[in-house]
Design a protein around this ligand. Structure first.
Ligand code: FE2
Ligand code: FE2
Length: 353
């Protein structure tokens, strides 16, 4: 039931208005002056205020201004026995909902009250809808964030699992994929490359030797020097990797990045003998991370050469086999930032559009 406050210093008007309005099923409270009306506005949740203008002490205009300050959504109908253009203008300026002349015609009063109550009802419904929409949006955002987080974790776990499968096939290179992926990410971050490149290097690093799944285990783990034929077979892992990853439809060009990780800046690499400008920046990073990790770790045919030897190789061959900037950043990463090889899968939140 809509609640209306009637403010008038004349008791007879308060009683008459109350009778009219209660008959129309409105809940009515009354106040004889502005001061008590102001405190009633604070105590009650009102839908409408009808007020006289001329009253002892504060006037209906003061009440109008006060209500607009405290409860701007509550409509106020002003009544006056002394209509002037000035009071009408002031009422409009102070946001009065309607302006009625005394003695107030019952029909006009009820019509004005009806419109004001409908206005307030529509306004309240709009506010409520906005509130519900806001809560819905917030819940939706939270839900999307939770789902995205679960998807990210699932994707990381899947990538790390695939990397482990490749490493299992070639036990001498345990941790190689993850160490290369983590290092490639660190290099790309230090080079301040885009988030998309960093993300792609995480995935490409973890999966770069996936093609080894197609190479006979005896060749992969053969102690001693490989024959030319055996080495040619090993080289095919980039093509197999490309074929496998091309079908995966990942959101980055992982297949191309992986396909170029054994290319070299001077064109001496494989499978296509690409040189400097033809090689993707991601692959230039990946190849350096790959060499550093491979030289540092043990291999079936030799013991690990150690990090210093690996960095020496990068330093000597920068600008020849390896991109100069990538090489310098990598050397700086290890020598000055104290970076260490890390095979624990790193948490990364992929930026997926
Ligand atoms: Fe490789
Ligand atoms: Fe590798």
């Amino acid at each position: 039931m809509a609640k209306i406050l009637v403010v008038d210093d004349e008791k007879s008007i308060r009683l008459t208005f109350s009778a009219f309005l209660q008959k129309e099923n409105y809940e009515v409270i009354t106040a004889p002056d502005v001061e008590s009306a102001i405190s009633m506005c604070k105590e009650h949740k009102l839908d409408l205020v009808i007020t006289d203008i001329v009253m002892p002490k504060l006037s209906g205009m003061d009440l109008l201004q006060e209500i607009y300050k405290q409860e701007p959504d509550v409509p106020v109908i002003i009544m006056t026995g002394e209509p002037t253009v000035d009071t009408a203008m002031t009422s409009v300026k102070n946001n009065a909902y309607d302006y009625l002349l005394k003695p107030v015609d019952k029909g006009l009063l009820m019509a004005s009250v009806g419109r004001a109550i409908q206005y307030k009802k529509t306004h309240d419904e709009k506010v409520e809808l906005e509130r519900q929409n806001f809560i819905y949006q917030e819940n939706l955002e939270r839900l999307v964030m939770r789902r995205t987080d679960s998807l990210q974790k699932a994707m990381q776990a899947t990538i790390a699992t695939v990397a482990s499968i490749t490493e299992l096939r070639d036990p001498y290179t345990a941790g190689h994929e993850k160490k290369v992926g983590n290092m490639a990410v660190a290099i790309a971050k230090k080079m301040k490359l885009s988030k998309s490149i960093v993300d792609s290097l995480y995935v490409a690093g973890y999966l770069h030797d996936i093609g080894k799944i197609s190479i006979p285990a005896e060749i992969l783990s053969k102690p001693g020097k490989l024959s030319k034929v055996e080495f040619d077979i090993i080289k095919t892992h980039v093509d197999y990797g490309y074929q496998i990853l091309k079908k995966a439809k990942l959101p980055w060009d992982i297949a191309d990045i992986v396909n170029q990780h054994h290319e070299r800046v001077d064109g001496s690499g494989y499978p296509n003998g690409l040189s400097a400008d033809q090689i993707r920046i991601e692959s230039k990073i990946l190849m350096v991370a790959d060499v550093v990790e491979a030289m540092t770790s043990h291999r079936p045919y030799r013991i690990g050469l150690g990090l210093d030897k690996a960095l020496e190789e990068i330093e000597q061959q920068k600008g020849v086999l390896y991109d100069t900037e990538v090489a310098n950043i990598t050397l700086d990463l290890f020598r000055n930032d104290g970076y260490t090889l890390e095979d624990e899968p790193k948490a990364i939140s992929f930026h997926l559009d």
